[in-house]
Design a binder for this molecule. Structure first.
Ligand code: SF4
Length: 317
């Protein structure tokens, strides 16, 4: 990677003491493991909209789709102050070309989903809200990958999110190079197997659009392609989809591999499908054959190395 990935993040997750109680919510994986690859853009909506540290806690009240932001004890209405800050901050962030965002869960400002919303007359809260800043951000950048720190403890959600922010980073780099149609086709070609691992339907749809690239103005094609790419990669890559892609890769070694080598590879892929091996096991063997038999098309596929091995995202079973 030539440059680090610009990722928005709730400031308290980096260890900044910006919470209402003067504390932080340091997330060691985000800072210590992922941090070296990221150029984090920290945002604390509550502090940046002008509130002090410490401050009175606040919560969402009223309708889930359009709640008020009120302080918990004195009922002070922060809604307008927060909303006008959010509109301005999101406009600023557009210039940062973020590749995604990690939100702090359960926050009335930063929570991405299932934030508590209290009825005006008191009573039990429903977990149906979205933090005010998170809502503004997701409305402004509907295609960008977003996640919450808690959900990133799930290995599958984590891999999917990290894979997507790396794809967006490569896309931003391509866009900043003022690509010609051939560059866009090359980008697609290198992501083909990655897309296939998420959705063969989207893979075919995208293939048709890319085949007709010359019919579009480049800017229009780029918008359409990126939307399709994000839509495809949002779909989970299951074990059976990975099996399908790896058997497809095996087809490139028809001549080189002996019958017993093919059987061994098929067996390892099958054991991965049965949850006996992590994905890294068959992928390592495939990468070995790609190097050994010099397969340039496969060597360039991001499916075989979508993110740094040091992150160990494919090592879980
Ligand atoms: S959750 Fe959001 S608003 Fe609350 S302290 Fe963290 S960054 Fe600030």
């Amino acid at each position: 990677m030539d440059t680090k990935i610009r990722l928005g993040i709730s400031s308290c997750l980096l260890g900044n003491k910006v919470r209402y109680d003067g504390q932080h919510k340091y997330d060691s994986w985000l800072v210590e493991e992922l941090g070296p690859y990221m150029d984090y853009v920290p945002v604390c909506p509550e502090v940046e909209c002008g509130l002090p540290v410490p401050r009175e806690a606040m919560r969402l009240v009223g309708e889930s789709a359009n709640p008020q932001l009120l302080t918990t004890n004195t009922g002070k209405d922060i809604t307008e102050q927060m909303q006008s800050y959010c509109r301005a901050r999101v406009k600023q962030l557009a210039a940062d070309h973020l590749c995604g965002y990690v939100f702090k869960s359960n926050s009335p400002s930063s929570g991405m989903e299932r934030v508590k919303v209290y009825p005006h007359k008191g009573g039990v809260a429903s977990k149906t809200g979205v933090g005010m800043f998170a809502r503004e951000f997701m409305n402004a950048f509907p295609l960008l990958p977003v996640e919450e720190e808690g959900r990133l403890h799930d290995p599958d959600l984590r891999e999917n999110f990290i894979e997507r922010i790396f794809v967006v980073h490569r896309w931003h780099e391509l866009m900043s190079s003022k690509p010609k149609p051939g560059d866009l086709v090359n980008f697609h070609t290198r992501h083909k197997l990655l897309i296939m691992a998420h959705s063969t339907v989207d893979y075919r749809k995208m293939g048709k659009v890319v085949a007709e690239i010359t019919k579009y103005p480049t800017a229009e094609f780029s918008l359409l392609y990126f939307a399709m790419l994000m839509e495809a990669l949002r779909k989970p890559a299951t074990r059976s989809k990975h099996q399908n892609v790896m058997l497809h890769i095996l087809g490139y070694f028809k001549k080189e591999l002996s019958t017993s080598e093919k059987e061994e590879l098929i067996s390892i892929i099958d054991q991965y499908k049965q949850n006996l091996y992590p994905l890294i096991v068959p992928i390592t063997l495939l990468n070995h054959y790609v190097r050994k038999y010099d397969k340039p098309y496969l060597a360039e596929q991001f499916y075989l190395h979508p993110h740094p091995a040091e992150l160990k995202l494919r090592n879980h079973s």
